[in-house]
Ligand binder design. Structure first.
Ligand code: GLN
Length: 502
């Protein structure tokens, strides 16, 4: 394996700037690594070698000509396949979009391109980002590089696994209920869900529009900060986009300090249902923050007990409306009924029957039911009230603490099939991540160490809306302390993947 694939994005940017390597060399090293290990990992649905190398060559030429280039120019990246890429197949891991080539770029992708970042390919996910294990992908699951018999988390298992397997230095994810943070937790990587509106949603295939948020995935806190500054900031094409620019993250990651900072442990996000090894790792990390001068307090958010129930009404309701556009007329798959008249309704029914997987169908049915006359107030209306209570709990907690912390996920990576037939068990993976989406606040997950089973544990930091800078401040400090304490990054302890003979 080339040493280049072990480097962080920040290190690669330095090597590129000082002329010690070229973007073509770095990009090729990652493409070689993908060729060697992705047969086993299956992080990618599509690899775009040719266009990635063309971008790399262009950046190298501009650098040779003495052009002033953006910070991450020449550093390759992977993009979750729910973010549209012009001229490059985008499927959301669904059969209904098999072979669909978008006619435009998402704003996030546009910004990656203008930053000169070669796009290596599109990464796997649960179909339409519905899931916590990537087992709901219509194109087969992604495997966790720590143990190929285990899930890489979801829905963004592909992006997280690509980083953990050193197939890409950074990636883009989307987080509607935890799909950036939970995969980061179970793969020993870093993921950030920005404040709602902090990164443009234009060009994300919508799951639940009031919850969806794109964000950075990386192996270090600094790399997420660098990438967040590239993709964040106002976008006039997204009506919920915040006006402010995305700045201060890199500085906070580099120079953050926690002395005097109030850190709140959320009582409801821990305890029962959390694996003992996860709890131990979490508590050890909190103790490190305390030693670095943080003041640790306990806060209570009683409405969080209803967050999961509210989320699984609001998300299906919004999803059922967003997914109505997949009707066999406008995008991707079109299936005509085997017999009888070819009416619009019958084409829709045949197309959706063949094109959507079980989990997607389950949520569309749930969502349309929750929105139907007669049930709307009881289900959707009540869920929206709970959402308000959760926002109030956060507001009260942030009166007592500058940031809140919890384990990111209740357990380490589980085995394939363990929760596939039990949707409730699958949904429980997101108990700790969902409240942030319901309130629109930002959250970061970083690895705090290994559990008793030798698998990575995620540590979650939450901040008030628009205070994403605090995530990097705390994340940067904690990562340094953990690396000192544990003798290097968590991912350094992952088993070597066997490279295929080529
Ligand atoms: N696992 C959650 C779900 O299934 C979160 C998904 C997401 O964040 N996209 O809805």
């Amino acid at each position: 394996m080339s040493d280049l694939v072990r480097r962080t994005a920040a290190e690669l940017a330095d090597l590129l700037r000082s002329g010690q390597t070229s973007s073509v060399e770095v990009t090729q090293a990652h493409l070689d690594r993908i060729a060697a290990v992705d047969g086993a990992v299956h992080a990618f649905l599509d690899v775009a070698a040719e266009s990635a190398l063309a971008t790399a060559a262009d950046v190298d030429a501009r650098r040779a000509a003495g052009d002033e280039l953006p910070e991450l120019a020449g550093v390759p990246i992977a993009v979750k396949d729910i973010v549209v890429t012009k001229g490059q197949v985008t499927t959301a891991a669904s059969k209904i979009l098999e072979g669909w080539v978008p006619p435009y770029d998402a704003t996030v992708v546009e910004r990656l391109r203008s930053a000169g970042m070669p796009i290596l390919g599109k990464t796997n996910l649960d179909e339409f980002a519905m899931g916590s294990s990537t087992e709901h992908s219509a194109y087969g699951p992604t495997r966790n590089p720590w143990d190929l018999d285990r899930i890489p988390g979801g829905s963004g298992g592909g992006s997280a696994a690509a980083l953990a397997a050193f197939e890409a230095p950074v990636a883009i994810g989307t987080d509607t209920g935890g799909s950036i943070r939970q995969p980061a937790a179970v793969t020993g990587t870093v993921g950030v869900k920005p404040t709602y509106g902090g990164v443009s949603r234009y060009g994300l295939i919508a799951l639940a529009s009031s919850l969806d948020q794109a964000g950075p995935v990386s192996r270090t806190v600094l790399d997420s900060a660098l990438l967040h500054e590239v993709i964040g900031g106002h976008d006039p094409r997204d009506s919920t986009s915040l006006p402010e620019p995305a700045t201060g993250f890199v500085q906070a990651a580099r120079e953050g300090d926690v002395s005097g900072l109030k850190v709140g442990i959320v009582k409801e996000l821990g305890g029962e249902g959390y694996q003992p090894g996860v709890r131990r790792s979490f508590e050890a990390a909190v103790a490190l923050l305390e030693r670095a001068g943080a003041e640790v307090v306990e806060v209570s958010c009683p409405s969080f007990d209803y967050a999961l129930a509210a989320y699984y009404l609001i998300l299906p309701a919004e999803a059922s409306s967003n997914l109505a556009k997949f009707d066999g007329m406008r995008f991707g798959l079109r299936v005509e009924p085997c017999e009888g008249p070819v009416t619009a309704e019958r084409v829709m029914s045949a197309t959706r029957g063949a094109g959507f997987g079980d989990e997607v169908k389950r949520r569309i049915i749930l969502g349309t039911h929750a929105l139907s006359a007669g049930y709307y107030d009881a289900y959707y209306g009540s869920a929206q009230k709970v959402r308000t209570l959760i926002q109030r709990d956060f507001a009260a907690a942030f009166q007592q603490a500058d940031v809140l912390v919890s384990p990111t996920a209740p357990t380490t990576a589980f085995r394939f099939g363990e929760k596939l037939d039990d949707p409730m068990a699958m949904y429980l993976n997101d108990v700790a991540t969902i409240p942030a989406n319901l309130a629109g606040i930002p959250g970061l997950s970083l690895p705090s160490g290994l559990s008793d089973d030798g698998l990575p544990v995620g540590f979650q930091v939450l901040a008030p809306a628009r205070a994403d800078v605090r995530l990097y401040q705390v994340g940067g400090v904690l990562e340094r302390l953990l690396n000192e304490e544990q003798g290097g990054p968590v991912l350094g302890r992952a088993p070597e993947l066997e490279e295929a003979h080529r």
